[in-house]
Design a protein around this ligand. Structure first.
Ligand code: ZN
Length: 367
């Protein structure tokens, strides 16, 4: 197992318009380069892993001794040469070169490359293009037969001595090490790559998202001669819920959970007990809160509700209430759950003097 894995992560990523260079951005809860590092490590195929960065001082984390972190060069090909020179003293047999911008390759691909390296000096994964391809030559556009076109990916693997010789004697700028072998008319074994092993080039290649949770709670007193509203609909019952509004505990708890998840204080901040909101129906309060969620690019993942009361029995109205909430929130019914709880006839709720509700919501913000 005299194999070495070089990760190139020294680029400035000019097409990637963020303050942080691309290789350091957070992608699927890790810095981009860490995905390649972890996979190479977990494969247990490599004696050493060499991480080539623009500035190794940016790494505060302690890595094991088999991971070398070194400073790269101006261009990609400069970084490759620096890394190859660094490991020459170990007399490697094989070396893999990989772009940190491809975090999604599989360990199987590594194994397959290594297997093919037994009888070949250069092994390069490729995929077929999906788009039609044109070629611009001296200001004239030609059609290319896409069946004859291959797109090369990384990791690419080589016999160390051969690659070292080609890389240190190269004159032209190259964008991958396969080019060195092609320029020298040296045979490459091309093997099937992986469609998901895409290069992350633009910020839009990664949809960044953060998920938040919010809880809500509400309780209203039950009083005679008032209509009971739960989840935005009328429920036939001997009493209704007392409040400045219609007293809909479910919708109020939902509003508070949304405000919680979006870090926007509470329901009283937006709907104080003023004349303006006297006897307001709760769907009217929920609507602007939902509209604001859409405006800020939040998506609701799910909503779970505990309705705490002795009567009415939730099971009797569950579907109606869920339908109503689904319509009011523009949320699929499958994402809403409503549970009924009693307090075993204990306390004010048990004596049918009040109804309470608690909710939890999960929302994701996409940039
Ligand atoms: Zn309320």
């Amino acid at each position: 197992m005299n194999n070495y894995f070089i990760i190139l992560a020294a680029g400035s990523g000019k097409r990637f318009k963020t303050k942080v260079p691309k290789q350091y951005i957070n992608y699927k809860s890790k810095q981009l380069f860490e995905h390649s590092l972890k996979k190479a490590e977990n494969s247990k195929l490599f004696k050493k892993i060499i991480l080539v960065l623009d500035n190794p001082k940016k790494i505060k984390k302690k890595y094991p001794n088999n991971i070398l972190i070194i400073k790269g060069g101006k261009e990609r090909s400069d970084s490759t040469i620096i890394a190859l020179k660094k490991i020459k003293k170990y007399k490697p047999t094989n070396v893999f070169i990989h772009d940190a911008a491809r975090p999604n390759f599989s360990i199987n691909l590594l194994k397959n490359i290594l297997k093919n390296l037994k009888n070949n000096k250069a092994v390069v994964p490729f995929i077929k293009p999906k788009d039609s391809i044109k070629y611009n030559f001296k200001k004239q556009i030609f059609n290319l037969d896409k069946k004859k076109v291959i797109l090369t990916q990384t990791p690419q693997a080589f016999r160390f001595n051969k690659l070292y010789y080609y890389a240190t004697n190269q004159k032209n700028k190259i964008t991958d090490e396969a080019s060195l072998f092609i320029n020298q008319n040296h045979k490459i074994k091309f093997i099937p790559g992986e469609n998901h092993n895409d290069k992350i080039t633009y910020l839009s290649d990664i949809q960044k998202s953060i998920t938040y949770f919010g809880i809500g709670f509400d309780l209203h007193k039950l009083i005679r001669h008032k209509q009971l509203y739960l989840g935005g609909i009328k429920i036939p019952f001997h009493s209704g819920l007392k409040g400045h509004s219609d007293g809909d505990v479910i919708l109020h708890a939902i509003i508070d959970s949304i405000l919680g998840a979006t870090r926007k204080k509470d329901i009283g901040t937006y709907f104080p007990n003023t004349k303006k909101y006297k006897n307001i129906r709760s769907p009217k309060m929920l609507k602007p809160i939902i509209n604001n969620l859409d405006k800020l690019n939040y998506t609701i993942n799910n909503l779970d509700i505990n309705l705490i009361c002795e009567q009415p029995k939730v099971s009797k109205f569950r579907n109606k209430i869920i339908n109503s909430i689904s319509k009011l929130m523009g949320l699929e019914k499958e994402k809403i759950n409503l549970k009924g709880k009693t307090t075993e006839k204990l306390g004010l709720i048990g004596q049918e003097k009040a109804i309470a509700c608690e909710t939890i919501i999960s929302i994701t913000k996409y940039d």
